[in-house]
Each structure stands twice: as C-alpha cells, then as structure tokens.
Design a protein around this ligand. Structure first.
Ligand SMILES: Cc1cc2nc3c(=O)[nH]c(=O)nc-3n(C[C@H](O)[C@H](O)[C@H](O)COP(=O)(O)OP(=O)(O)OC[C@H]3O[C@@H](n4cnc5c(N)ncnc54)[C@H](O)[C@@H]3O)c2cc1C
Length: 425
C-alpha cells in the first residue's frame, strides 16, 4: 500500500519505520524542518513502567495532600476552548482516584498499558543494539517515595506490574541511598521502588536515529510540508492529503495521523472527535556541574510527580501538569519548585546560574491512559495518537500494532483495547 503519515514525532517516525518493514511504501509529511520538534523534543525520556510515569494514568498519581486536583506544582489552567472536556477529565480523575483508594483491582487498561510498555521497550532495545546506537541511555530506574502512604497508594499499579512479571525491588531509605549515593542529606526519603530493567534515554536523539533508519528502509520524509486538510476515501476513491501551498491533493491508500497535539484541527473537520485533553509540562535542562553529584539512575520523584535524569552532559528535570490552552508565559512557581527539588535531591549536580534551557511541552491524554490506535471510522484514515505521558516508552509497540492492523495481521495484544472509538460505545 501507499501510506501517508502526518507528523514526524517519535510516534510518526516509529510508525513509518514499522510500515516500511511490513513492505509498504511510506511518505511522512512534517511541517517542521526535521523530526522530533514538538512533544518528542524535550520530554524526560523515562522508559520505565508507564503506570508509574507521572500523570500517565488517571487516579494513580493524585498527591495525598490534594487528591482532587492533578498536582500541586502547576495549577490547572482551564482554557476557553474545550472547557467541557477538561472539566470532564478532572471529574474522571477524581473518580478514578477514589476507586483506586477504595482498593479496586487493577483495570484491564492498566494491564494493557504495561504489556504495551514491555513489548515496546524490547523492540526499542533491539533496535538500538542492531544499529549499535546509544541515545545517552541511563540503565535502571528508581521511584522515590516520600512516605509509606505513597507506597500504599501505588498498590493497584504495583499489582498490575507484578501480574505482568515486571521486575521491581522495594528498598528502604538506607538501601535507596546505597543505590543512589548522591542523594542529598536534606532529601526526606522513606524508600524507593527499583526497576532494574527500566531506564531513560534522550528521546529526540533516538527519534532522529530512527528517522535515518526508516529513510534507509525507503521511507520518504517530506519536511516543511504542513498538511492542511484530510479527505477520507469514499466509494472506490482513495483518501487524500491536501498540503498547504499545493493546489492538488495527493492520493494515498491509507493516511495515519500522528500529529500529536495538532491532530484535532485536522480530524474534527472530517467528523472525528478525539476524547483527549492537553496536559502541559516543563523540562529544565541544566549543564552538568559534577558527574559525581548526579543521579546514577533515572529518577521519578513520586511526591512531586517529577522526573530527574542525567542525559549526557546535562541534567534534565521534567514536571508540571497544566490543563487547558497553553499560554505564552510559563508557570514560574512550577519552575521554582523544580530548581528547589533538584537542589534538595541532587545538590551540586547542575549549574543553574547560566546555560539553562527550558522546554514547554504538551502531551495528549486519553481517559484511560491508553493511546487511540486504529481505524478512525472515516475510510482510509487511521490514528496513532494520545500517548499521554508515555509516548516514548510505548512508541515502538504502538507502531508495530498499527502496522499489523493496516496489514491485516493480528498483533501482539488485543487491539480492541486501543480502538479510537472505544469511548463512543
Ligand atoms: C512534560 C512532558 C514529559 C514527558 N515525559 C515523558 C517520558 O518521560 N517518557 C515518555 O515515554 N514520554 C514522555 N512524554 C510524552 C511524550 O513526549 C509524547 O507522548 C510523545 O512525544 C508524543 O509523540 P508524538 O509523535 O505523538 O507527538 P509530537 O512529538 O508532538 O509529534 C507530532 C508531529 O506532528 C507534526 N504535525 C502536526 N500537525 C501537522 C500538520 N498539519 N502537518 C504536518 N505535520 C504536522 C508536528 O509538527 C510534530 O512534529 C512527556 C510529555 C511531556 C509534555
């Protein structure tokens, strides 16, 4: 088949590669000059169990002291558009949080997310091995816990991980400091969860590498090409892509929309409405001051819903969860909290006086934490969207699922759980 992909973020690039490997002719349209310029640019790169990725699954990470709102760092700012969806999402979060606190067992969606994560990470690792590529990989991950209540709160997620056979060790405070000797004395840590098979990597670097591999496999990347409109196929006609500054639309047997936060503007005119909300966050990149003071593992600070990773010669700290339209200004309180926490957990690791870069990114979150993957309901239009906080961690598995679906093969898991239309039923 002759297939178009809209968007060259980590999802679009992985999907293009998987489709080319399945024998299809693939063209990727990307409005920027290169790949990974939006959500895939500066995220934390945590490749651990997605259930424990900050803000990935509703209810799991509601902080003990403010269970009703997602987060204490960045106040959810409700934008003028999509207000109803945002309020519905907050309500769903609250309900999910209550359900989990009442001891409900892990949901099928939680089990599916872990299965998707494990499969993705196997594919990712084997790709890196095959091409002898190191995207600044950090092996091993620690989820720091501030108190016993946090551990209890994670009960349903840990049960789902145990069911999936994910290796996890529970550490007390002393064991945590042995694993992570640079932890500052002021950091109040009750213990940690250690995931030896998890880690973190530079997501942008990894996506750029996969773009090159996909290109070698025959994928055509048309950059600085913004898609203006999609035309679904109908009555024997193929689907078509209309580019900006082009008079004629281009025919494709299938079009896969991997346009991240911009997907809605392409899909709503053709009657495909997405049950996604935008959740914005920040990444602070600071030059490494002294490697000896930096974390040895990829760190999730559960109390603050923050990720801290040493990537090459810099420290990256990622946090924040703002709902609604992204404003031009940054949320200063969140940034201050990030600096403060870095200084407390890993004092002396980074230089904050100069050379700091701040990234403001958007993830698109579905109600159950699983992506929208499969046929859109409009002929010839397919979706691979809504990967929330774990797009890098699940990109390869989602790409292989989508390639299997388009090629009419059965995938490694039940695709009904990911069906974009599951919330309409
Ligand atoms: C604060 C934060 C922290 C995160 N931390 C992690 C983490 O630790 N681990 C993890 O796995 N994930 C993490 N994520 C999630 C991850 O960043 C995303 O899930 C992932 O990058 C989504 O990739 P994507 O390809 O769908 O979107 P994007 O990277 O946004 O790519 C979409 C692409 O489509 C293009 N596009 C859009 N519209 C058009 C058009 N009309 N024509 C042509 N091109 C178009 C855009 O230019 C863009 O390049 C985090 C996200 C945020 C915001």
């Amino acid at each position: 088949m002759n297939i178009a992909i809209v968007g060259a973020g980590s999802i679009g690039v992985a999907t293009a590669h998987a489709l080319a490997q399945a024998g299809h002719e693939v063209t990727v349209y990307e409005r920027h000059g290169t790949a990974a310029e939006e959500a895939s640019f500066g995220h934390a790169g945590w490749l651990g169990p997605s259930l424990l990725q900050p803000w990935s699954v509703q209810g799991i990470c509601s902080a003990q002291r403010s269970p009703d709102l997602p987060g204490r760092q960045a106040l959810p700012r409700l934008g003028a558009s999509g207000l109803t969806a945002q309020l519905r999402w907050l309500w769903q979060w609250r309900q999910a949080s209550r359900r989990l606190r009442s001891g409900a067992p892990p949901s099928p969606a939680m089990a599916a997310l872990e299965k998707l994560t494990q499969h993705s990470q196997q594919l990712q690792q084997s790709l890196w091995r095959q091409w002898d590529f190191d995207p600044e990989y950090v092996a091993g991950s620690l989820v720091l816990l501030g108190n016993e209540a946090e551990h209890e709160q994670l009960g349903p997620a840990l049960a789902a991980l145990a069911d999936a056979g994910t290796r996890c060790e529970t550490l007390d405070a002393a064991q945590t400091r042995l694993r992570e000797p640079s932890l500052g004395d002021e950091a109040r840590i009750a213990g940690a969860l250690y995931f030896p098979q998890a880690g973190a990597a530079n997501g942008r670097l990894s996506t750029l590498m996969q773009r090159q591999i996909a290109q070698n496999a025959g994928v055509r990347f048309e950059t600085q090409r913004a898609v203006r409109q999609l035309h679904p196929g109908a009555a024997g006609r193929t689907a078509r892509v209309q580019l900006h500054q082009e008079d004629n639309s281009r025919p494709h047997d299938a079009i896969v929309v991997c346009a991240g936060a911009q997907a809605e503007s392409l899909l709503s005119p053709i009657g495909v409405h997405l049950p996604l909300v935008a959740l914005h966050g920040y990444g602070v990149n600071a030059p490494l001051r002294d490697q000896g003071y930096a974390p040895r593992h990829a760190i999730v600070d559960w109390s603050e819903q923050m990720t801290l990773v040493r990537l090459g010669q810099r420290m990256r700290i990622v946090a924040g969860a703002e709902l609604g339209r992204r404003g031009p200004s940054m949320h200063e309180a969140t940034l201050q909290r990030m600096y403060h926490r870095l200084n407390m957990l890993f004092p002396g690791s980074a230089m904050l006086a100069s050379g700091v870069q701040i990234w403001h990114g958007t993830r698109m979150q579905s109600p159950d934490g699983l992506p929208l993957l499969g046929a859109s309901g409009q002929p010839g239009i397919w979706l691979n969207l809504g990967h929330g906080s774990c797009g890098a961690a699940i990109a390869q598995g989602c790409a292989s699922m989508l390639a299997d679906l388009i090629s009419g093969r059965s995938g490694f898991m039940d695709s009904a759980l990911l069906d974009p239309r599951r919330f309409n039923r």
